[in-house]
Design a protein around this ligand. Structure first.
Ligand code: 5RP
Length: 228
């Protein structure tokens, strides 16, 4: 089904709907990506109207946007827990398992989203899937690239080094690391794969978020559906 206004309208509906969950005094995780950006802009408007919040950015991009729209920020190293985090996803399964990292921000996103009392995912319908099957972004220490690639192949995955746009050579993350996009086909047991990836020496963070999302807000043709 086509979404009136196209995918960006659906992303905006989802982002603005989730931003309404933020209340006075909250510490808010600010996700990365085009859908989370709609939530950040909506929060900026709410701050203009008097909402008292502090944001925790998950990337240079979300930090810059939050500054632009006037959301007061606190560094991730200055918080132990957050009240709520609003973040996008590249794929969402029926069980609310996620693949994230399309923006290579999943290492900080996972810290922020996992530390939130309430982790709200915002998405358009194209992100929904019965079973996760997109390549999983894996952030690796630059010097561990070859050993991690071998370990991924041992797990029957196919790793591809992510390369930049507007830059020759690999994407370098906000943390100074590289990203391998790892295809595994249909991921039947995301929790098991998440554990396998996390235990590979040299892996900083992978983009499987299992058991973290509390709810998913999906922008639709005429509103927003919420799954939890
Ligand atoms: C960044 C992410 C993003 O949340 C994900 O890529 C979704 O982006 P968009 O909302 O632009 O589709 O995980 O690392």
């Amino acid at each position: 089904m086509k979404t009136p206004g196209g995918p960006d309208a659906a992303k905006r509906r989802a982002g603005e709907h989730a931003a309404e969950l933020v209340t006075d005094g909250d510490t808010v995780g600010l996700g990365t990506g085009s859908t989370a950006a709609h939530a950040i802009r909506a929060l900026g408007r709410a701050v203009d109207d008097g909402l008292d919040v502090r944001g925790v950015a998950t990337s240079y991009a979300s930090r810059d946007l939050a500054r632009e729209v006037g959301i007061p920020l606190v560094g991730l190293d200055g918080v132990e827990r957050l009240d709520i985090a609003i973040d996008g996803a590249d794929q969402v399964s029926d069980e609310l398992a996620l693949i994230k990292g399309g923006g290579a921000a999943h290492a900080r996103e996972k810290v922020v989203d996992a530390a939130a009392e309430r982790f709200v995912v915002v998405a358009d319908p194209s992100k929904e899937a019965a079973t996760l099957d997109r390549p999983v972004p894996v952030e690796v220490l630059p010097d561990a690239r070859a050993t991690v690639q071998r370990a991924i192949r041992d797990l029957d995955g196919t790793p591809t080094l992510r390369t930049g746009k507007g830059k020759d050579g690999p994407v370098v993350t906000d943390n100074g690391n590289l990203v391998l996009d790892c295809a595994f086909g249909a991921i039947g047991t995301p929790d098991a794969l998440a554990t396998d990836l996390a235990t590979i020496p040299g892996v900083v963070a992978h983009g499987l978020f299992v058991g973290l999302a509390d709810e998913v807000h999906v922008g639709t043709a005429d509103g927003v559906t919420v799954r939890s």
